[in-house]
Design a protein around this ligand. Structure first.
Ligand code: GTP
Ligand code: MG
Length: 191
């Protein structure tokens, strides 16, 4: 299936969000978990900047994505949490931007990305609890599954599902799990 995807804007706060009203799917997760890489894997092109150094994405970056003849939507790359550089000021900045994002009216979903190698990190569990208070669809994606052994896959999936409910495992590197992820996205958009 053809994917049309383009960068739209980088938003530092409420007044920068795009005027166009489309379903928005935000990717949330710790710095370095693979949010920008997953956007590139879904878009099948290097739209979002990725880096081995955490804290690369500091603004809410909007991408307009259309798969085949389906309705277009915005994929939103939110800044990662749990990244110390910048200290308190940067943490407050992150919280303000994230709150602005979720306060805006409109139809939206959110995917919490967690590193499939490290199930149950406190910051991920806290983020999930916070997202539960938001009026949006939510789901959990385990990233970097290519780095797991077969035994770890089974064990970590069990651990993740105990904490979060159904979890899909993906790899931006190999493309594993992306078809299933597209189905999750379609379901959120239709709900
Ligand atoms: P911030 O912008 O800092 O919040 O990080 P991010 O969540 O956008 O992470 P990013 O996509 O930049 O990826 C961080 C690092 O993990 C990079 O070195 C990526 O190459 C690597 N990475 C991301 N996804 C995968 C994956 O599926 N498999 C493997 N093996 N590495 C991955
Ligand atoms: Mg990023």
């Amino acid at each position: 299936m053809q994917i049309a995807a383009e960068f739209v804007t980088s938003a530092a706060g409420a007044r920068d969000f795009p005027r166009e009203r489309l379903f928005e799917l935000a990717l949330v997760g710790r710095s370095n978990v693979g949010k920008s890489s997953l956007i590139n894997a879904l878009a099948r092109r290097p739209l979002a900047r990725t880096s081995a150094a955490p804290g690369k994405t500091r603004l809410a970056n909007y991408y307009r994505v259309q798969r085949g003849a389906q309705v277009p939507f915005f994929l939103v790359d939110l800044p990662g949490y749990g990244y110390a550089r910048g200290g308190d000021a940067s943490a407050r900045e992150f919280e303000r931007l994230t709150a602005d994002y979720f306060e805006r009216p409109g139809s939206r979903g959110v995917l919490l990305l967690v590193d499939a190698r490290h199930p149950g990190l406190e910051s991920d569990v806290e983020a999930w609890a916070w997202l539960a208070s938001q009026p949006c669809h939510r789901g959990v994606i385990g990233t970097k599954v290519d780095k797991l052994s077969r035994a770890e896959r089974a064990r970590h999936t069990r651990d993740l599902e105990t904490l979060f409910g159904p979890v899909r495992l993906v790899s931006a590197r190999t493309g594993e799990g992306l078809d299933e992820l597209w189905r999750v996205i379609a379901k959120q958009m239709a709900a």
